[in-house]
Write a protein that binds this ligand. Structure first.
Ligand SMILES: O=C(O)CCC(=O)C(=O)O
Length: 394
């Protein structure tokens, strides 16, 4: 199990009596940070938030010596300016030696590795403040939270206002004349492609990190059987045919691409290599993340709700792994993610026939309000390759 995949292990196994009074591992007991915050760095809710704890001990034992996972946990939380008292009581509640924790914390300011880490933290905080201040200026516009709906967009305006302006938009007429708008339906897919095997994400309900673990959740199924399940299922996120199926790259599905077009003059002719099909029941959810390129996403059947967050708000999204954020704006947990309270979310429902433009690095989370068929495509006729680095090794 990767560290990032671990659930929020409690500080102690439930079998230990002392745990009952232990604090929630993510939330500080004491609202008073021991270290003074530098001017300008304010924790918006006044709450101090501790990071995820290492896993609990395997079995009840006497007080354990402080081990490396807990040392790392302390360094991580000291760098977040959590109070020594708070960290020590969490360590003690987990069954580890509070005296050792106290000594370790006291020695941190003299440790050259810790001092180097502080410099990195300070640099990060300066960048974060720059981003937040620029974002505050963007949000000061009256209509910031409204996603524009536009028709008749010229190439120049699309590129200038939305690509370079880095602003999402719903384009209402892009797919108006596509044959797909009339032809595509669950019944028609079944008639044309029902005998094919397709790859879906399955068992998502059993995995809280279903998007991060999407490769593990890949499952081959008969297309007709999948479409029947979608047609008869209640609201569910358990099974979803997503972009990662690469279905439109397969020659047997080439007929689908013939139903797509004409495309606007801000797209090139590489649709085949850049299009992805999405099919699923009402209730599918794609959690908050950003993509590494810009794209257009057209609703053919059903509606989806998109929630957008500016890339400049990233410092408030607890983005500890790759392109993913654990924040869920549909059920916001302000105890764990208090900074998210200060994030401006742009919320828009995209209707059948409408196309949403996703500007570079905008965070988005998406929920299907109906049974949906959608098509996303990335063949914008502008440079659309960017380097966001790589996920850290498992
Ligand atoms: O439709 C969805 O569920 C997610 C779409 C998405 O994240 C994308 O097209 O980048």
């Amino acid at each position: 199990m990767r560290a990032r995949d671990r659930k929020n292990h409690g500080a102690k196994p439930a079998s230990r009596a002392a745990v009952a009074s232990a604090p929630s591992p993510d939330v500080a007991r004491s609202p008073e940070p021991e270290f003074a915050l530098p001017p300008g760095l304010v924790m918006p809710t006044g709450k101090e938030v501790l990071g995820k704890c290492p896993p609990p001990l395997d079995e009840a034992a006497a007080i354990k010596p402080l081990d490396d996972p807990w040392r790392q946990w302390i360094v991580d939380n000291a760098l977040r300016r959590c109070s020594a008292d708070n960290m020590i009581s969490t360590v003690a509640a987990a069954g580890f030696d509070p005296a050792q924790a106290s000594g370790f914390i006291a020695a941190l300011p003299h440790n050259p590795m810790y001092r180097a880490a502080e410099r990195q933290r300070d640099r990060y905080e300066r960048y974060a403040r720059v981003m937040q201040n620029v974002q505050a200026v963007r949000e000061s516009g009256d209509d910031y939270t409204r996603v524009e709906r536009r028709a008749g967009l010229s190439r120049d305006e699309f590129i200038e206002r939305y690509v370079r302006g880095c602003r999402p938009v719903v384009i209402t007429d892009l797919a108006r004349d596509w044959p797909a708008m009339k032809r595509w339906s669950f019944a028609e897919f079944k008639r044309r492609y029902g005998s094919m095997t397709v790859q879906v994400q399955a068992g998502r309900d059993r995995d809280d990190d279903y998007e991060i673990n999407k490769v593990r959740l890949r499952h081959n199924t008969n297309f007709a059987a999948f479409l029947d399940r979608v047609a008869t299922s209640d609201v569910t996120n358990d099974e979803y045919l997503t972009a990662s199926n690469e279905l439109l790259r397969r020659p047997e599905f080439a007929g689908l691409l013939e139903d797509v077009g004409p495309l606007p003059d801000y797209c090139d002719d590489q649709l085949r290599n850049s299009a992805s099909l999405w099919v699923g029941p009402a209730g599918t959810r794609t959690p908050l993340h950003h993509d590494t390129l810009m794209l257009l996403h057209t609703q053919i059947v059903g509606r989806k709700r998109w929630r957008f967050v500016s890339p400049l708000s990233a410092p408030r999204l607890y983005n500890d792994f790759d392109v993913y954020s654990p924040v869920d704006f549909e059920a916001l947990d302000l105890e764990r993610f208090p900074e998210a309270a200060n994030v401006a979310v742009l919320d828009v429902v995209v209707e059948p026939g409408e196309t949403v433009f996703l500007p570079l690095a905008w965070w988005h989370q998406v929920t299907s309000l109906d049974k949906c068929i959608s098509l996303s495509f990335t063949n914008l006729d502008v440079p659309n390759k960017f380097d966001f680095g790589h996920a850290p090794p498992a």
